[in-house]
Design a binder for this molecule. Structure first.
Ligand SMILES: *Cc1c(COP(=O)(O)O)cnc(C)c1O
Length: 405
């Protein structure tokens, strides 16, 4: 972390031994105080920084000095946010982006060359699927998908030109679980860079680097912000890879705004407390749905009935805040259910304080045909709930009333 520290982060000093625990890292990782001795970190809205003289400027640009030059490269607020996520994930370094998709795109684009190949789980975020299928082929970067329920087939997709193994766990919107330790072993054996989009779990619930991931990506827009306010993204992991990603991003300009970084770093202070409640509510919702006769099946990582329950328990601290279920009666029943909700919101976001319900078959995945949807694990009656922080009785009552309609 020495480079980040030089960019204005306090050395943990005598507090170092307290900084091992997640909650303390979340609250106490903080930019150095200014001469005003403020307790809460100020907002550094500045696009550039000044130099002593021409030699100072030369040495700074030559990277002989680690310091802030221009906020496309670094800024005290973004450095604090990166440092915090890196510590939470057990990573060596990181870079922060304007959105989660900027993080996914810039990370892959920085590391891949024309002719390279990606092996990925078929259940990836819609826009990531768009990158793989629509844009990367323009630069002769190809991909192969494996089925999340057949991880034993992964190795059959690996070619000499495969460079990256990419996956999300839990997946969106099906809430399937991939065995990170197994992915780590495959990546190591075939000398692949393992990249995990850890958005659904957050650094509080799951740390993929422990299981062999080289890089971890987050859309900070979701549970990290947690209140549906700002967009953001971050990639943390191996220093040599982050260096490539940093240089690419310093030139291409997907940097996170200092304001959003400030908001997101504040949000991280309460991440553990929020997630304890989110996950407690989500488990209650999952248990309620499992008992309901109008429901075909329910998927939640910490329900014993989840096909990968054992793996989830091994790699996750909590089950997350997303529950997927199949409503009997297909696409029409799904739409009627969504339309009958009074409290829960129909919205595209997730990880908000407000409970959000989506019906992928008629919305986010409506452009796919039924076969493509089934391949992506999306049945006609699949409903995804991002469980929020309202009182659990009110959430369940709303779901109950809508199911009775
Ligand atoms: C939302 C999301 C993204 C993209 O993040 P944005 O901040 O919306 O750009 C990437 N991956 C996953 C798993 C997501 O849920």
């Amino acid at each position: 972390m020495e480079n980040l520290q030089a960019m204005g982060l306090e050395e943990s000093g005598s507090n170092a031994h307290f900084q091992e625990n997640f909650e303390t890292i979340a609250v106490r990782t903080q930019s150095e105080r200014t001469q005003f001795q403020e307790h809460s970190v100020p907002l550094y809205l500045t696009s550039s920084y000044v130099f002593e003289d021409s030699e100072d400027m030369r040495a700074s640009f030559a990277e002989e000095k680690k310091r802030n030059i221009y906020s496309r490269f670094s800024n005290p607020n973004t450095s604090e946010f990166i440092e915090k996520v890196a510590r939470m994930e057990g990573a060596e370094a990181g870079y922060a982006f304007a959105t989660g998709m900027a993080a996914v795109f810039s990370t892959l684009a920085a590391l891949l060359n024309s002719g390279d190949h990606i092996v990925a789980a078929r259940s990836v975020f819609g826009s990531t699927h768009g990158l793989f299928t629509k844009y990367f082929p323009k630069w002769n970067i190809t991909h192969s998908y494996f089925d999340v329920n057949e991880p034993e087939t992964i190795e059959s997709h690996i070619k000499p030109e495969t460079k990256i193994l990419f996956a999300e766990s839990p997946t969106n919107p099906g809430v399937d679980i991939l065995d990170l330790e197994y992915l780590g072993k495959i990546a190591k054996k075939h000398d692949l860079i393992l990249i995990i989009d850890n958005c659904f779990a957050t650094p509080y619930i799951q740390n993929p680097i422990k299981f062999g991931a080289d890089l971890v990506i987050h859309s900070a827009t979701k549970l990290i912000d947690g209140q549906g306010r700002v967009l953001g993204g971050v990639t943390v992991g191996r220093e040599d890879l982050i260096r490539e990603i940093y240089l690419f991003s310093r030139n291409t300009g997907p940097a996170l705004s200092p304001f959003n970084a400030w908001v997101l770093s504040k949000s991280l202070e309460t991440l553990s407390v929020r997630l304890e409640k989110h996950c407690e509510n989500a488990l209650r919702v999952a248990e309620f749905l499992e008992e309901n006769a109008k429901i075909g099946w329910v998927k939640y990582p910490f329900l014993k009935s989840h096909p990968q329950y054992k793996i989830a328990k091994n790699q996750m601290r909590l089950g997350g805040n997303v529950v997927a279920f199949e409503i009997k009666g297909g696409i029409e029943a799904g739409r009627r259910f969504i339309d009958s909700l009074q409290l829960c919101t129909r919205s595209a976001n997730l990880g908000d304080t407000r409970t959000i319900v989506t019906h992928p078959a008629s919305t986010t995945h409506s452009k796919l045909n039924e076969n493509e949807r089934l391949e992506a694990g999306i049945s006609e009656g699949l409903v995804r709930i991002s469980v929020g922080l309202e009182h659990i009785d009110d959430i369940i009552n709303d779901l109950k009333n809508a199911l009775n309609n």
